[in-house]
Design a protein around this ligand. Structure first.
Ligand code: FAD
Ligand code: PYC
Length: 411
C-alpha cells in the first residue's frame, strides 16, 4: 500500500502587521529622527492634530528598540515645579485617554507610586513637594510608615533598619504600562494616517540650504525635508554637533533588571532615592528594578556591575523577601541629561531644526505630552505654552527648571 505524502501542517494565519515598514521617499514635509515613543507620538500628533501627513520617522535600528524598549515604564506626575506639573500632568491626562483614542490596550495600571523618605530633610522636601502638587491639582499626599505598610505589605517599614522608612509621598494615579504595546499602538495609528516609518536608516548629518536645514544625510542616502525634529534620545548632541551646535547634554548608561516570574506580591510602585532603588512588579510577574545612571559618559547600551550590586542590596534592604528572587536579565539604555534634570523641547538657532532631548531618566511618562507639544512646535515653528519654559534659552537666561529632587532617579 502506498503511503500518502505527508500533509503540510495547517499553520495559523500570521498576525496582521500593526504597521507597514516603509522605504524612504526623496523628500518629506517633516522628518522626525528617532522612532522611540517620543518620535512616534510626535508623528501621530502631526498627522492627527495638524493634518501634516507627509512625515517620515527615521530610525537607525528597529522601531522603538532604544530607551522605549528598555525603560521600566513608571508613569507619575508628582514633580515639584509648576512647569513640570503642567507638562507631566497633561501627560497623565493623555495616558488615561490614549487606550480609547489609540484603540489599543497597553495595560495602563494606575497602581500608585510611593516615593520613600528616610531622613528629616527628606521628610521636609517630600511635604513641600506634596503641598506644591496640591496647588497644581496633582493627587499626592504624605503618608507615614503605618499607611505605607498597608499600601505595600511586602515593604519592611520596621524602625531598626539601617535607613528606616520614615514616610513617603503617595500618588494614587501613578502606575505602569506596557511600553512595547504603547509603541505598537502609536506606530499603527501613525501608519494609518499616512506617516512613513523607516527602520535601519541612520541619520548622520544634515543637508543645508544656506542657514536653513533642507534635509538629512542618512545611511540610505540624502532625504529632503522642510523641517526636521530630533527625537533621538541619548544621541541628540552627536547630531547637532555636526552643525557646530553644542547642547548642554551629557549621555550616560541607565540600567535596569528583572527577576523571574513570581506570583503577584508587590501591589504598587516603590521608589527610594536614598537607598537608591525602585521596584514594581510587571503584569506577567517579573520584579522590575532600577536605580540611577552610571556616572561615566558613554553611548554604550551597557553599564557597570557595581551599580547593579548596589541596587540589589538596596532592594533586599527594603524588601527582605526579595532575597529569594533571582535576577534573570539586566540591560541598559543611553539617556541624555541636562544641568537642571529637565528636558529641552523647542526650536534651535538653526532654521527648520527642532529638538526634543534631555529627558534623562524620566521621559517615558511624558510620551503623550511630548508628542503633542513637539508636534505643535514643529508644525507651527513656535513652542506650545506647555513647552515654552523648556527652550534652549533658559541656559542663557538662567530660568532653569531644577527638578533634581523630584526626578526620583539620580541624574
Ligand atoms: P528612544 O526610545 O531611545 O528613542 C530614540 C530613538 O532614536 C532610538 O530608537 C534610537 O535608535 C534613535 N536614534 C538615535 N540616533 C539616531 C540617528 N542618528 N538616526 C536615526 N535614529 C536615531 N522614563 C520614565 O518616565 N519612567 C521610567 O520608569 C523610566 N525607566 C527607564 C529605565 C531605563 C533603564 C532607561 C534606559 C530609561 C528609562 N526611562 C524612564 C527614560 C525613558 O525611557 C526615556 O526618557 C524615553 O524613552 C526617551 O524617549 P524615546 O522613547 O523617544 O527614546
Ligand atoms: O522618572 O519616575 C521616573 C523613573 C522611574 C524609573 C526611571 N525613571
Amino acid at each position: 500500500m502506498r503511503s500518502r505524502p505527508p500533509q503540510a501542517p495547517e499553520l495559523p494565519e500570521p498576525p496582521a502587521r500593526l504597521w507597514r515598514p516603509a522605504e524612504p521617499k526623496r523628500g518629506y514635509d517633516v522628518v522626525i529622527v528617532g522612532a522611540g515613543g517620543h518620535g512616534l507620538a510626535t508623528a501621530y500628533y502631526l498627522a492627527q492634530e495638524h493634518g501634516i501627513r507627509d512625515v517620515a520617522v527615521l530610525e537607525r535600528g528597529w522601531l522603538a528598540g532604544g530607551n522605549m524598549a528598555r525603560n521600566t515604564t513608571i508613569i507619575r506626575s508628582n514633580y515639584l515645579l509648576d512647569e513640570s506639573a503642567a507638562l507631566y500632568g497633561h501627560a497623565l491626562d493623555l495616558w488615561e485617554r490614549w487606550p480609547t483614542e489609540l484603540d489599543h490596550d497597553f495595560l495602563l495600571s494606575q497602581r500608585g507610586v510611593l516615593n520613600l523618605v528616610h531622613t528629616e530633610q527628606e521628610i521636609r522636601d517630600a511635604r513641600r513637594r506634596v503641598f506644591a502638587n496640591g496647588l497644581n491639582g496633582i493627587d499626592a499626599e504624605f503618608v507615614g510608615p503605618e499607611e505605607i505598610a498597608e499600601l505595600c505589605p511586602v515593604l519592611d517599614v520596621s524602625p531598626h533598619k539601617r535607613y528606616p522608612v520614615r514616610g513617603a509621598t503617595w500618588q494614587p494615579r501613578a502606575g505602569i504600562a506596557k511600553h512595547d504595546h504603547v509603541a505598537w499602538a502609536l506606530a499603527r495609528r501613525a501608519d494609518q494616517l499616512g506617516v512613513d516609518l523607516i527602520e535601519n536608516c541612520e541619520v548622520t548629518g544634515f543637508v543645508m540650504d544656506g542657514a536653513r536645514v533642507a534635509g538629512v544625510r542618512t545611511s540610505r542616502g540624502d532625504i529632503a525635508a522642510g523641517r526636521v525634529g530630533l527625537a533621538a534620545a541619548g544621541r541628540t548632541s552627536a547630531l547637532t554637533e555636526t552643525l557646530g551646535l553644542r547642547l548642554p547634554l551629557q549621555s550616560h548608561p541607565l540600567q535596569a533588571m528583572v527577576s523571574e516570574l513570581l506570583e503577584q506580591v508587590h501591589p504598587c510602585v516603590v521608589m527610594s532615592n536614598h537607598v537608591h532603588v525602585y521596584c514594581s512588579q510587571a503584569h506577567k510577574g517579573e520584579l522590575v528594578l532600577g536605580a540611577g545612571i552610571d556616572t561615566y559618559n558613554g553611548y554604550g547600551q551597557r553599564g557597570s556591575v557595581h551599580v547593579l550590586e548596589q541596587q540589589l542590596a538596596a532592594a533586599v534592604e527594603l524588601f527582605p523577601m526579595f532575597a529569594r528572587a533571582h535576577v534573570i536579565r539586566t540591560w541598559a539604555g543611553v539617556v541624555d541629561v541636562t544641568p537642571d534634570a529637565s528636558p529641552i523641547i523647542g526650536p534651535t538657532p538653526v532654521e527648520g531644526l527642532f529638538v526634543n532631548c534631555g529627558w534623562g531618566t524620566g521621559g517615558f511618562k511624558a510620551t503623550p505630552a511630548v508628542g503633542r507639544v513637539f508636534a505643535h512646535t514643529v508644525a507651527t515653528g513656535a513652542p506650545h505654552p506647555l513647552n515654552e519654559p523648556y527652550g534652549l534659552e533658559r541656559f542663557r537666561t538662567g530660568a532653569l527648571i531644577d527638578e533634581h529632587g523630584a526626578a526620583a532617579v539620580a541624574h
